[in-house]
Design a protein around this ligand. Sequence first.
Ligand code: SF4
Length: 500
Amino acid sequence: MASLSSVGRDPVPDQSTGLSHRHGNLVRRYTHAYGEWLRRHQSLIQKLQWLVVCVYLALVAVPAFLPLPGRTASMWNNLTVFAQFAFWGIWWPFVLVSMVLVGRTWCGVFCPEGALTEAVSRVGLGLAVPRWIRWKGWPFVAFVCTTVYGQMLSIYQYPMPVLLILGGSTAGAMVIGYLYGKNKRVWCHYLCPVNGVFGLLTKLAPVHFKVDQDAWTRSQKSGDLGVHAVNCAPLVAIRTMRGASECHMCGRCSDFRDAIACSPRSPDAEIVTVAGDTPRPWETLLIIFGLMGVATGAFHWSASPWYIDIKQAAATWLIDHDITWPLEIEPPWWILTHYPQQNDTMTLLDGGVLLFYIFATALILGVAISLGLAFAALCLGATSSADRFAARFHHLAQCLIPMAGCGVFLGLSATTVTLLKAEGMIIPFLPELREALLAGAFLWCVWLAFEVSGRRLAGVVTNGGQLQPAILVRRLGATLGVAAAAAIGVYSWALMFWIW
Ligand code: SF4
């Protein structure tokens, strides 16, 4: 095995990272060494995964069989409160952050569900993956369903919904692992409820496993002697891999055929240069209606005065029409929140208004954001006879990933803030930190739109089709459209943190 792959030896200053020749080489050397370390320490990683599995199963299962915590319970003396903080205060928000920093390393190195589904598939039936599992809409549908169901059951507050939803997801991962694929992670690739979200955020990661096609071809031509097959558990088509979305950063393919290396890249690179090649409508839906719509509604409703107004109006209307059963029926905890001993129950009316609020928020925000993107796509115009409006729309939607991810992080970290406050810990400069994050995400979206539109219009410039000022106007118009769409995201979070 070579000490450095051809990817790591590139003598040309790395345009994709924007680093100087010397610094670029240094960073490439370290990232390559990191990939090699992962490959060489697979057994250590497996042990780590089993440790995470044990901690995860204990935190998911045990609190569900303990009495609910009292008013004075704290994360230092109560396992249920500790598990609540571990899952919703630390794990979920910071796993999202890790996607942007180091790609899907969480999935490949730490994720208990990934480890379990792969382990079970080693001894499973090894059946071929059926068509219904390969449906491309699962990442969107699974994310929306688990987000909404989690809100209906108050998953952030109570341990039984955690066992039902997270435990159910883990059980599903194991069943799918047992049935389909051998030594694979079929669940992770197709069905995991956060697979789509992780895949989107990872596009912003500054590291990825880069495939050198020329080196691969050279290696094939020189014969396959000494080349060992790589088991890519999440079913990535390694040879043609250009982006990081599907790769779990497990490192097993590092230096394969002397053509693959963990490499640095510009955080903009994948969205600008790769994401536009294949339009992915389900990803667009996930960004616009999932992360910036349903997720926003799910975080908003408990703080929203509009939710109260809608509920009161609906209750008044029902009473005026002598229909009282929606105000009286309180379904069990696995349908709607039902903890009478905590004075926390939901009636059918509460649940109905909750669903209406979340989906109405998703629809209003989603349509408004889509209008901004449509304006941007129209400004960009067709740059060739094959350039369709839909392709431009989907590519420009990718520019909103920083805002979509930032919003979900802010919503989740609001739970972190609440839990820390209950422990007497106050985060200093919290409003300023939130403002800085929103401003940074907004500017990043605008910059991505400027870059994407520049790249798409490059063909027009090359062909000498239009005068430069006209092209600049088209580029600025497209950037403005995306900026308007991102501003809707900023406003939706400003409502929750500063206006209500
Ligand atoms: S492509 Fe597959 S084998 Fe290679 S690092 Fe990614 S997940 Fe691992």
